[in-house]
Structure formats: C-alpha cells, structure tokens
Design a protein around this ligand. Sequence first.
Ligand code: MN
Length: 196
Amino acid sequence: MTHQLPPLPFSANDLAPAISSVTVGYHYGKHHQAYVNNLNNLIGGTPYENTPLETIIAKAPAGPIFNNAAQVFNHTFYFQQFKSQHEAKKRPENELLRAIEKSFGTFDKFIDDFSKAAATVFGSGWAWLIREHDGNLAITQESNAGCPLAKKQTPILTCDVWEHAYYLDYQNKRPDYIKAFWEVVDWKVIERRFNV
Ligand code: MN
C-alpha cells in the first residue's frame, strides 16, 4: 500500500485572502507531499508497510515513521476542513453546537479559547478540538507531529501553527493567521466529523 496525497476540496486560490494560493502551493504541494513521500520511503521493508495510516500512528514508536505518518494525517485533516469564505458554513448547529456550549459555554467563547490555544503553542505544532473518551469536547495543544490518534482521542478540528502554515502571508503575526483561519473553516465538515 502506497500512501497518497489526497486532492484538496477547494482550488488553490479559494482560501485567499485568509490563506493565499502561494501558501497553499507550498504547504500542500511541497510540505504535505514531502511527508507522504518520506513516509512511503521509510516504511519500505518494515512492519509498517501495507499498514493503514491510523494504525501506524497508533503503533509506531517516537521517531521518523511516527512523525511522517502523523504529519500526513494532520495535514489531510487540516486541508479537508476548508472551503472558500463564501462557501464555508460559518457556525455549527444542533448536536455539535450543544456539545460546544456544554464544554465551553458559548460558541464565541470556544473560538476565543481555541484561538488562544493555537496562539500559545510554543514553537511548531497544532491546536485541536477533540472528543475525549467520556464523549466531552476539549481543546488540546500538540508539538511538532503530535496527533490525537496517538492518545486514542477523536479529532474534530485542527489548526496548523507551524510557521510554514502562515509565514508567507502573515510573517510573525500568528494571531492574525488564526483570526483569518476561522473565515475558511467549513463547519459542515466539522459537524460531519462530530456526528460519526
Ligand atoms: Mn503544516
């Protein structure tokens, strides 16, 4: 089994001005592709050959195979949640909205809390909305290739805060990227993930 770079659910230009086509070009076309290529090269002749991505992430020890497998998953999860500013559903409804209100008070408070978590990841990493074993939603921070699947948490939403995700568009202003990020998150996708 060879791992593949999945197609984007939008055109490279669709996320501008929140995320420019140049950033999509490098982030998806170079970084995400490189994680896929590295993973395929690393697993050849190992027990992880012909193994689904999620199983590699759950089983591989810390090291290059885990890092590249987790980064393939994390980036696919990240890119699949976006639509153009005009097409993206801007707020969750029904069960997901109720779960967010239960865990965070209000939707706006959740946006605040998640944005703060993303802004304060030290160095490269990810902010996540996850479902815990008890069914409750929580916000987590992960460094580098950290991935909720490795902790048996269910990922719902993620924000990549590696500099390559925003530096071309926002330079050092990570909070500006995070603010714009919400413009292109499609809550229809997030609801679908939550309702699985
Ligand atoms: Mn990235």
